[in-house]
Design a protein around this ligand. Structure first.
Ligand SMILES: [Zn+2]
Length: 379
């Protein structure tokens, strides 16, 4: 896959006006944990200040009758090579994106430039993912540091931290040269010593099992090769607390091509991969939605709705699917000011014309997106 590098920074004017104050009345709210019927939500200076059924205020009132309010969405696995991706995300109500491998210099600029902007998603990044020379992640045409030895792990992590990385990403992908599990274990341990989370790319169950046993905080894909057993899940749960960003849409789309070029490999079917995700949900493993754009030509915005619909189709209750796109990413990536509609959180919220709790496809009915209380430009 070839990426187009359009690094456009600082050329987009964005509003720095004082946030609007308003109250949304008679609204059904999903607050990140639960649904509250027929309530009101008050926003002041870009912050949610009150959720109650009779708020007294002179602020502009928006009638929420028949509508549905929820926290803005988070895409927990992207590769955003330009601000255009952040804009596409914001338009679709995706106001936080977690980048999982890219060019640090530009990433830091994007994070700083668009922080607190209205029409662009907030950007969090791993910097350069840890991979072996010639390994997955080195084929995209931009410079990518590599390592091979346990003794190089500390310097590698220090470089990422110096570059401003919010968390550490590690790649274990045996279809190319790949890091040994000794190196991966050391990277995870060094990251933890330096108070950074370590998330890992895998495509095989055996690698997933190894890296989770070695303390990885999360996986950024689900495996494609064989089903996990309930016993294996229980052993993993007893060793470690972890989350999974399964990237079902990416897996389904990428495997359409990969199956053709690797007829000798026995990948699970799309349905089987989806049922792995349901199995993880049933076992209580936290799930987060991510779509890995621009891989498989997935976009940064509305394609996240498809991932949510795939989760729902896999049998995960819709309220739980909403958590995978809102409160779970904030909770598991340690973001304390978004992902919930609660007092003191940023008013990064979306208003829908119909409830995605009754039908997940209603996530397509987003009517208004507010970032810190300001309406996001949607066209
Ligand atoms: Zn990725």
């Amino acid at each position: 896959m070839k990426f187009l590098f359009l690094i456009i920074l600082g050329v987009f004017a964005f509003s720095t006006l004082v946030a609007q104050d308003f109250v949304i009345r008679n609204i059904t709210v999903f607050d990140g944990d639960k649904v509250i019927e027929n309530t009101s939500v008050q926003v002041e200076n870009g912050i949610i200040v009150k959720i109650a059924d009779n708020i007294k205020t002179d602020s502009e009132a928006i009638d929420g009758n028949g509508k549905f309010l929820m926290p803005a969405l988070t895409n927990s696995h992207v590769h955003a090579f330009s601000a255009l991706g952040l804009k596409e995300a914001a338009r679709a109500g995706v106001l936080q994106v977690f980048d999982m491998h890219g060019m640090e210099k530009y990433q830091r600029q994007m994070q700083e430039t668009f922080k607190d902007s209205t029409n662009y998603a907030d950007f969090y990044f791993a910097g350069a993912a840890a991979t072996a020379p010639g390994g997955h992640g080195t084929q995209f045409g931009f410079p990518s540091p590599t390592l091979t030895k346990v003794a190089e792990a500390t310097a590698f992590i220090d470089e990422r931290i110096d570059a401003g990385a919010n968390y550490i990403k590690i790649i274990v992908e045996p279809w190319r040269e790949t890091l040994s599990h000794y190196v991966v274990k050391e990277l995870i341990e060094v990251a933890h010593r330096k108070n950074k989370m370590a998330v890992v790319h895998i495509s095989k169950l055996d690698d997933a099992y190894q890296v989770l046993s070695n303390g990885a905080d999360g996986l950024v894909h689900v495996w494609w090769d064989e089903p996990i057993t309930n016993e294996e899940i229980e052993v993993l749960k007893s060793k470690n607390q972890f989350f999974i960003i399964p990237t079902l849409l990416t897996s389904h789309l990428a495997l359409q091509t990969i199956r053709k070029s690797n007829p000798e490999n026995n990948f699970m079917s799309n349905e089987e991969i989806s049922s792995e995700v349901k199995k993880l949900y049933d076992a209580g493993i936290p799930l987060l939605v991510g779509t890995d754009p621009p891989n498989a030509q997935i976009n940064y915005g509305t394609d996240l709705y498809k991932e949510m619909e795939l989760f729902s189709k896999a049998g995960i209750p819709n309220i739980e699917v909403l958590k995978t796109a809102t409160s779970n990413p904030s909770k598991y990536f340690g973001i304390t000011d978004t992902g919930f509609i609660k007092e003191g959180f940023k008013a990064n919220i979306i208003l829908l014309d119909a409830s995605p709790i009754s039908e997940m496809k209603n996530i397509n009915t987003i009517n208004t997106v507010w970032k810190m209380g300001k309406p996001v430009k949607r066209n």
